[in-house]
Unconditional design. Structure first.
Length: 135
């Protein structure tokens, strides 16, 4: 999987495994910013304030991209991401809808199934794993 696509693109579908594998590091990047960018610290060091804004901008966009791709996998519009901003309901929605429930089997309006379900079997003549011996 392409990291640039995973963290910055709003197109396509993403399976649960990949969603968690990208979401947890993004969350871990944001934790020090929330812990160390207090009003006193940012007033004393304006560079820390700028760095915090850059990191939080990245975290916001990456989270938005990951959530929209998971919504697409569930065959929902990306506009459902607005629910994730609601207090109390948002975190529950993220954990259940995006993190636990399986995506749509087969292709949907947002693309092919990232797990490959519902796709026709590949043509055997294109299989590079077979070995032929010419006699």
């Amino acid at each position: 999987m392409n990291q640039k696509w995973a963290l910055f693109s709003l197109q396509g579908r993403m399976r649960r495994r990949d969603y968690w594998l990208y979401s947890i590091p993004v969350l871990l990047v944001s934790l020090p910013v929330f812990l160390y960018s207090t009003p006193e610290a940012t007033a004393a060091n304006p560079l820390l304030n700028i760095l915090s804004l850059v990191i939080l901008g990245f975290v916001f966009w990456a989270s938005l991209a990951l959530n929209i791709k998971r919504l697409h996998d569930r065959n929902k519009s990306g506009w459902w991401v607005i629910v994730t901003f609601l207090p109390l309901i948002g975190p529950v929605f993220v954990i259940i809808e995006l993190g636990i429930l399986d995506g749509t089997k087969g292709a949907n309006q947002f693309g092919q199934d990232p797990k490959g379900r519902g796709m026709p079997p590949s043509d055997q003549s294109d299989n590079n794993d077979t070995m032929t011996i010419d006699i």
